[in-house]
Design a protein around this ligand. Sequence first.
Ligand code: PEP
Ligand code: MN
Length: 355
Amino acid sequence: MNEKLRRLWEKRPLIISGPCSAETEEQVLETSRRLAATGRIDMLRAGIWKPRTKPGQFEGVGTKGLPWLLQAKKMTGLPTTVEVATAKHVQDALQFEVDVLWIGARTTVNPFSVQEVADALRGVDIPVLVKNPINPDLELWSGAIERLQKAGVQQIGMIHRGFSSYGNTEYRNAPMWHLPIEMKRRYPGMLLICDPSHISGNRILLQQVSQKSIDLDFGGLMIESHIDPDNAWSDAKQQITPERLDEILKALTWRRKDTTEAEFISALAHLREQINQVDDELLTLIGQRMKLADKIGIYKRENNITILQTNRWNDILERAYDKGEQLGLSKEFITRYFDAVHLESINHQNKIMND
Ligand code: PEP
Ligand code: MN
């Protein structure tokens, strides 16, 4: 790794942007030129080989897009990064002087593919960013990192791009912030950046997801940008113009950590953020619990059964006392908590009975 790249690798925040996919030479060059003009971008990205969920979609321009990226790098002076999933991708990317490689979420889940990429990188001095796997499995994420480390890759970073879940949710990929935070704990000092584009899946959430990651002390951002986002060949809904990206980056509040006091404040902010996150998740789960209660309410109505079934409730409480004891939660708390939940649940079912 040359000195310039080494310095960049250490830079915080590290900002990476570029199109989801390289589409045409003109699109790559124009996007890169306008990104460089913002003066806020450290590295250019572009997908060359695109792993698409369904066949028949645009699967990337392939190797012919690599010279466009090389040209963009020469024109802007900015290093480049592309996603690789096979040994051939690695060879092609290296041949066209790509500076940093990244492993995509659909590859991190597959140890065969990660191993193939790792083997292709033996003896090669190039930094690699590893996206989290599609599913919330930290062992797969660390497993990919370990495979690269064992192959001798020296500079490894992580990209948090959220986790897939069934059904429609607010996010395209749920952030589950406590998971990347756990990775930071496991790999202190390792670069961790956030990809708000794939977490959000739309343009509206980009700002707040970016800010949240900064508040949680992420080391940078990877955000997709396009000269004509609405007509992008992949991920059109989440891409933004370089100028919009400039506005988003300008509006972010970057946390500083240069004094002990600042460190304390930021540590406190982290913990509070984590608490907020856990509270959000608890409320979401309680909401889901009520929806299940609603469904039971419907069955009870249809079968003419009473709402309150004392045996069932005793079972729930006994289970909760046992579990609570293991978790260090007092019996008094469990009782009060479940009373509140039970009451709400009964109210929900009452409403259904009377609907
Ligand atoms: C991408 O960065 O365009 C991409 C395919 O991302 P992910 O692997 O996170 O889905
Ligand atoms: Mn994309």
